[in-house]
Write a protein that binds this ligand. Structure first.
Ligand SMILES: Nc1ncnc2c1ncn2[C@@H]1O[C@H](COP(=O)(O)OP(=O)(O)O)[C@@H](O)[C@H]1O
Ligand SMILES: C[C@@](O)(CCOP(=O)(O)O)CC(=O)O
Ligand SMILES: [Mg+2]
Length: 397
């Protein structure tokens, strides 16, 4: 055990274009949000491992002796962390009483923690520790809370195991890891996402790890360093949904209608590529109304495609309709089926129009706020750099 008490955080994300299609090898454009998940890891001497997850009302403790029984016999030091260890997943599911792989919110979060914890420490002794996670992100709403959670778990547990160093120096408030360490964090976060999503593309954990805006294609991550400042309204319809279920639904549809769905996925790919081109133009030449007109048309096209994929929802239709009456264009973001949508704000959009739109959406029972994008990726914090209200929650347990 290298680190005794420390804090990490990772951002949520909004997908501009390419959700679902990205799972099937198409391009996605995603951006980090300034809403983060925070984790505190504390080394203890209780011979127990405890997790406190107040966002999902989950507080659990296990004896180390219980957990060490779960370490698979066939231990191999796995350099390749792209696949889940099926034996360990099976043992953990039995241990948690999960039947038919049916994972609810709590079980998903617990299973991904235990999986990463046991995998990282199984060659040495399992350490006693208490881990507390608190997020500013709505859980299960399309803003990548699962990835931010998995990235925090991976960073904290890799650090605690000594696989990566603690980057924070005495005089720092926040610090980030080097590229090689970030890649390791990202690959373990992907394992957490595999448990929560079933078949994730990896775009969400990449944004949680690196932050900023990026283009993602089949595991290849290209940071987009020159992007125009976009103003975005985020709306949470508050309709609950599960990414795992929606990703599986799209896969079934593709299997059932391959010749119909393949062109849809190709078209979404083209939407992402066209959007990337427009964004890049906007950094090289004076921004014109036409740029925004194109961005808006792309949003509308993609929203229709997502409806064709079967991941729309009447509440998301309401969002699109209400914002369009004010001349603003919206699409779902993330897995859809409810959850959140994004609305593009034009630079000339009057503050009063934004205000009335927000009020209209609130009147529909939605949460709605203007967000700033491009927050930093995973980082370690000194307690001083954690917001007081977050620190209070993390230190409460
Ligand atoms: N702060 C958190 N504490 C505990 N578990 C979390 C937290 N945030 C996310 N999770 C896990 O991630 C799941 C939500 O993931 P998902 O359905 O992919 O939605 P999204 O990633 O869009 O928020 C939750 O059910 C829970 O298991
Ligand atoms: C639908 C998908 O493209 C994004 C899911 O994002 P979220 O979990 O709804 O935040 C799935 C994925 O890329 O793994
Ligand atoms: Mg998710």
């Amino acid at each position: 055990m290298q680190v005794t008490d420390f804090y990490v955080s990772a951002p949520g994300k909004a997908i501009l274009h390419g959700e679902h299609a990205v799972v099937h090898g198409k391009v996605a454009l995603a951006v980090s949000l300034n809403l983060r998940t925070y984790l505190r890891l504390k080394a203890t001497t209780t011979d127990k491992v405890c997790i406190n997850l107040p966002n999902i009302d989950t507080f659990l403790c296990w004896d180390l002796s219980e957990l060490s029984q779960l370490i698979p016999y066939s231990f191999d030091k796995r350099e390749e962390v792209k696949l889940l260890d099926a034996e360990l997943v099976g043992r953990l599911q039995d241990f948690l009483g999960v039947t038919n792989g049916n994972l609810d919110t709590r079980n998903m979060a617990t299973l991904s923690f235990l999986y990463i914890y046991i995998s990282l420490f199984r060659s040495s002794e399992l350490p006693s520790l208490t881990l507390t996670v608190w997020s500013e992100l709505p859980t299960g709403a399309g803003l990548g809370s699962s990835a931010a959670y998995s990235v925090c778990l991976a960073a904290a547990l890799l650090c605690a195991s000594g696989a990566i160093p603690s980057p924070l120096k005495e005089w720092d408030h926040t610090a980030r890891w080097c590229q090689e360490d970030l890649e390791l964090i990202n690959s373990w976060a992907f394992q957490g996402e595999m448990i929560i999503h079933g078949n994730p593309s990896g775009v969400d954990n990449a944004v949680g790890t690196w932050g900023g805006m990026l283009r993602f294609l089949a595991g290849k991550i290209i940071p987009l360093s020159r992007v125009p400042l976009l103003r975005i309204l985020l709306t949470n319809t508050k309709v609950p949904r599960s990414t795992k279920v929606l990703v599986a639904r799209v896969k079934d549809k593709i299997n059932k209608f391959p010749s119909i769905m393949t062109p849809v996925l190709d078209s979404v790919d083209a939407v992402s590529c066209t959007c990337e081109k427009v964004l890049s133009e906007m950094t090289r030449e004076p921004i014109r109304g036409e740029h925004y007109n194109t961005l808006e048309e792309l949003i509308d096209i993609n929203q229709h495609h997502l409806n064709v994929m079967g991941v729309g929802h009447p509440a998301l239709d309401t969002l699109c309709r209400v914002t369009l009456t004010r001349g603003l264009h919206s699409k779902l973001t993330g897995a859809g089926g409810g959850g959140c949508g994004i609305t593009l704000l034009r630079p000339e959009t009057d503050a009063s129009v934004i205000q009335t739109t927000v009020q209209d959406l609130k009147d529909c029972g939605f949460d709605c706020w203007e967000t700033s994008i491009g927050g930093p990726g995973v980082q370690q914090h000194s307690p001083l750099s954690v917001k007081e209200e977050v620190l209070e929650v993390l230190n409460h347990y």
